[in-house]
Write a protein that binds this ligand. Sequence first.
Ligand code: GMT
Length: 377
Amino acid sequence: MKIGIVCYPTYGGSGVVATELGKFFGTQGHEVHFISYDQPARLDFFNERLYYHEVSVSDYPLFRYPPYEIALSSKIVDTVINAGLDVLHVHYAIPHAAAAVMAKYILKERGINIPIITTLHGTDITLVGRDATYGPVITYSLNQSDGITAVSQSLKNDTLELFPIHNEIEVIPNFVDMTRFSKKPREHFKRAIAPNGERVIVHTSNFRKVKRVDDVIEVFRLINKQIPSRLLMIGDGPERIRVERECRECDMCDQISFLGKQDAVEELLSVSDLFIMPSETESFGLAALEAMACQVPVISTNTGGLPEVNIHGKTGFTCAVGDIQSMAKYGIEILESDEQLNQFKQAALEHAMTFDINTVGPLYMTYYEQILQSVNA
Ligand code: GMT
């Protein structure tokens, strides 16, 4: 099959899911054409079945806001025609679904009926999408998509609550590549990070407000009073400078390391004992799943799709947003004995395995085939 994938190129979860899915289809013998404004972060190698089409927007003094959606629609039209795509899969509704629907109409006039599948990732519905500015266009683009998927049941429910969608929404969860995200023996590395056998606690995110990075520090501070530990803060974003400065001011630099963006996150997860995700909202929590695949139990909030990923009392614990005391209490419970920790690690791994890309990837292919059939019926 020839598949077009429209996505954000950055480190954000939706771009990662889109790129990994495309790469998976490449391994299955399909041809994949990525359309984005920059080379997707995880597409940094050559493969004869994977193509990248860059959307560039020409500058003009009149444009206060460069017309990206028009450039994107034009690029979609061009790619569908010249590459002979069978299906177009857009990740993140804004503005990708709208641009795809516009392209669909242009192509229809030229006698080409291209099925559009939109995958909702989270903030496109729960934060940005909730903004009334975008409401009518999101609703229209979702209703004009030939298929819609959501990465969790919770996101499906939110979408149906916030928008008058008359299309069916299929839940296909996010996935993890278990060959990459697996616990690697890195004892020397662990000794360098925690020389006295301290527990290693980790957080990875894009340091936006929604991630509640301050809560990570507070939870760590409480755990650290009872359990000798180190905190690794991985990633970068708007909140990092402030939070890092605050840690410096209260003299916590010895125990907390801000590592910035890391490509080989799995190496750091391999030496970690606990992952903290105190997000305000999270449609799925891909970073938590990647941690679990590396045998790291998770303390997270119980919002959005997180309880579908992190099973309370089994793979870790879930708490109300902002309930730092409970998060710390549960963290201590997991970390205080090796026996307890190992049980949680094993359960985290077992649950993560149910999200293996080899299981979830084919669900998308089956869905494409089903949509293609209904469009051509
Ligand atoms: O919010 C982010 O961290 C980025 C965003 C994205 O679309 O790039 O992430 C959302 O999609 C991810 C992949 O499906 C999910 O794992 C994240 O939970 C979701 N983020 C939120 O809902 C806040």
